[in-house]
Design a protein around this ligand. Structure first.
Ligand code: HEC
Length: 311
């Protein structure tokens, strides 16, 4: 068995998690002065590295499918700016070419969740809960964007982030540095592979990652989002009794496939989605999910079941 897979199994073999699993947190290193733009600068050694899994977008038609993409992230803060260093494996170098409409660039985005009572929808925000983004495309200029849902990217005023990239034998190392324009609590990452026509919804996506100072704790605002659900085994039985799979089964096609839900969502999001289906609609789907009348602990149990990764 591959070590990464074994690690994942061990991680989830633990009883219910009482804090987000380690991969839902990124520890930031603070420094005096501006963090470096150069991906090989010595200062990066100060920032703890965390390897995140980016999952193929599965809720939009034509998503990339295939394997998850591990991305190593390190974050440094100093001089009023934030610098994010991302490294990932990528087979062919695909640069932006404005004249070619049939070719696409390798790209990566950092998504910021503004401070709020809850985290925005991971797939590029919600109409009432926009997310801010920094976008890097190989061979292009970095951009500062805002989004209120899939396919809603628009330019955001203010200085764009700076970026520096390095093509290695394995893939890309990219540093994005700038001043986030809103106070934020969490970050997420998306990557597009130009070689597989990566663009728009054809991307891989991480879960939200809380940004925490060394020795710090999860911000109060995220504790309810992270609070684990109840009993996964009871949740599984309830899921079958209530017929959730009639719409959500991988083959049903009427609703998002929930096989991966625990990898990209936090428990708080899943509880809300079950309690108030109409409050936010996953883009591309109709408002057909019934508002089940469930007791609070039943919602907790369903959330716990959905947070469990599929075997
Ligand atoms: C009649 C079809 C139908 C049934 C039955 C149904 N759902 Fe849904 N569900 C949907 C649709 C369509 C969406 C996407 C639109 C939306 O957000 O409401 C959705 C969205 C969701 C989401 C958010 C998914 C995401 O990717 O963000 C969760 C979680 C969820 N449902 C859980 C459940 C659970 C648990 C049950 C059983 C108690 C259930 N659903 C029963 C149709 C259904």
């Amino acid at each position: 068995m591959r070590p990464a897979l074994l690690g994942l199994l061990l991680l989830f073999a633990a009883p219910a998690w009482s804090a987000p699993p380690p991969e839902r947190i990124i520890r930031v290193a603070e420094m005096h002065g501006l963090p470096p733009l150069d991906p090989v600068a010595a200062a990066w050694a100060k920032a703890p590295a965390v390897t995140l899994q980016l999952h193929p977008q599965s809720t939009v038609a034509g998503g990339p499918g295939g394997a998850t993409l591990p991305v190593e992230a390190r974050i440094l803060r100093g001089g009023g700016q934030l610098a994010v260093r991302l490294a990932w494996a990528d087979t062919g170098e695909n640069l932006l070419d404005a004249r070619a409409t049939d070719r696409f660039a390798d790209a990566v985005a950092v998504q910021f969740a503004p401070v709020g009572a809850t985290l925005p929808y991971i797939g590029m925000g919600e109409p009432k809960k926009p997310v801010r983004l920094w976008l890097w495309r190989a061979g292009g200029k970095p951009e500062r964007l805002t989004a209120t849902g899939f396919g809603s990217l628009s330019k955001q005023g203010g200085a764009p982030p700076e970026a520096q990239s390095r093509r290695t034998a394995a893939g890309w190392e990219v540093v994005l540095r700038g001043k986030p324009d809103v106070p934020f609590t969490a970050l997420a990452f998306a990557a597009w592979d130009g070689a597989e026509d990566g663009r728009a919804g054809r991307k891989r996506l991480s879960a939200w990652q809380a940004l925490i100072k060394p020795g710090g704790r999860l911000p109060a605002g995220l504790r309810e989002e992270a609070r684990p659900g109840g009993d996964a085994a009871r949740g599984e039985r309830l899921y079958a009794e209530l017929g959730c799979a009639a719409c959500h089964g991988p083959q049903a096609g009427l609703a998002p496939d929930l096989t991966n839900a625990g990898n990209i969502h936090w428990p708080g999001y899943l509880r809300r989605a079950i309690r108030e289906p109409a409050a936010f609609l996953v883009p591309g789907y109709a408002a057909i999910m019934p508002a089940f009348s469930l007791r609070p602990e039943e919602i907790e149990n369903l959330a716990a079941y959905l947070m469990k990764p599929s075997p």
